[in-house]
Design a protein around this ligand. Structure first.
Ligand code: GLN
Length: 293
C-alpha cells in the first residue's frame, strides 16, 4: 500500500507565509487568522492548533482544504467571518455567509439604545427593517422585555440566515421573518411600538472607496443611493402608518448623514428628532426619533 505523504503543520505554515510575503500577493497577513482558518478546517480550536504546530501532520486533503481557505482569505480578500461562518455581536454569536452584511461593533449601539427605550417605555412589539443576518432584532429580543419581533428583509437568502440565527440563539419570544421590500408586504392593521433599522447607507460615490473585504459583502446591504439616505426617506415616508401612539424609530446612520436625516425628519409632522448617539470613534451613529401621531 502506498504511503500517504504527510507534511508537518509548522513546515506547511512557514512555507505558506514565505510564499505569500515573497510574492506580495497580499498586503495583509495575520497569523492569528491563519490559525483560526486551520482550526476550522481541522475541526479543532485555535489554541489547540497553536500548541500542536510541531506534532500535527497534514494529509493531502487537509492541505487542499486549508490552501483553498487561505486563498479565499488572502488572494480573494474574502472576510474571515464568511470563511469561518460566524461573528460575535452583542451577547450572541451569529451565523453569517456572503448573503448578509457581517454584524459590526458600531451596530451594538443601535441595539443598546433600542433596549433602553423598550424597557423604559414598556414597548411590546418591534419591527426590524433590513434585518440581514437578524443580529439587531435577535439581540434585542434576547436582551430586552420586548415580546413580539418581526424581522423584515428584501432578500430571501438573507432571511434564511436570519431564521437560522433565531434557532442558534434560542430566541424565546414571538419572533418571525417576513420577506418584504420595507413595508410593502406589511399590513397597517398590525402596528409596532418601535421600528429599528440599519439600512444600506453608503453613498454611491463612496462605494468604490470601500476596502477589498467590504467589497465582498452584499452591495444590496451597503448601497444607499446617491445621497446614502434613500432608505431613511422610504422608511419615514411610511413608518407612521405602522407605529403605535408614543412609538419610536431608531436608525443606524452613516457618520456624515445626521444633518441630511434631520432635514428628512423635519419634512414630516409625524416625527420629532430626539437625539443622536455617537459610536466609539466619536462619529454620529444612532438617531432616535419619536412618533407624535
Ligand atoms: N457600517 C457599514 C460599513 O462599514 C455599512 C453598513 C450599512 O450600509 N448599513 O460599511
Amino acid at each position: 500500500r502506498e504511503k500517504m505523504k504527510k507534511i508537518l503543520l509548522k513546515d506547511f505554515l512557514n512555507n505558506y507565509m514565505d510564499n505569500i510575503t515573497k510574492e506580495k500577493k497580499s498586503s495583509y497577513f495575520s497569523s492569528d487568522e491563519c490559525l483560526r482558518i486551520i482550526a476550522k478546517s481541522l475541526n479543532k480550536d485555535k489554541n489547540y492548533i497553536y500548541l500542536h504546530l510541531n506534532d500535527i501532520y497534514l494529509n493531502d486533503s487537509d492541505i487542499k482544504n486549508i490552501s483553498s481557505m487561505l486563498k479565499k482569505r488572502y488572494i480573494e480578500n474574502i472576510p474571515l467571518q464568511y470563511i469561518l461562518g460566524k461573528q460575535n455581536f452583542f451577547k450572541e454569536e451569529y451565523m453569517v455567509n456572503e448573503n448578509v452584511l457581517i454584524p459590526r461593533q458600531d451596530t451594538e449601539i443601535l441595539v443598546e439604545t433600542a433596549i433602553y427605550y423598550i424597557n423604559k417605555n414598556k414597548y411590546v412589539s418591534l419591527l426590524d427593517l433590513c434585518t440581514g443576518s437578524g443580529c439587531v432584532g435577535i439581540s434585542i429580543a434576547n436582551n430586552s422585555n420586548i415580546s413580539k419581533v418581526d424581522l423584515v428583509d428584501i432578500s430571501e437568502n438573507a432571511l434564511k440566515v436570519a431564521s437560522k440565527n433565531i434557532c442558534l440563539n434560542d430566541v424565546k419570544k414571538d419572533i418571525k421573518v417576513i420577506l418584504s421590500d420595507l413595508f410593502t408586504k406589511l399590513n397597517t392593521n398590525n402596528k409596532y411600538d418601535i421600528i429599528v433599522s440599519n439600512p444600506p447607507y453608503i453613498k454611491e460615490k463612496d462605494l468604490v472607496k470601500l476596502s477589498k473585504e467590504v467589497k465582498n459583502e452584499p452591495i444590496l446591504a451597503l448601497a444607499g443611493g446617491k445621497s446614502g439616505t434613500i432608505f431613511y426617506k422610504k422608511i419615514l415616508e411610511n413608518a407612521y402608518g405602522y407605529l403605535n401612539k408614543n412609538g419610536m424609530i431608531i436608525f443606524e446612520i452613516g457618520y456624515d448623514e445626521l444633518e441630511d436625516i434631520k432635514k428628512i425628519i423635519a419634512e414630516y409632522e409625524h416625527y420629532t428628532y430626539i437625539n443622536c448617539i455617537k459610536d466609539l470613534g466619536g462619529n454620529d451613529r444612532v438617531v432616535v426619533i419619536s412618533f407624535i401621531g
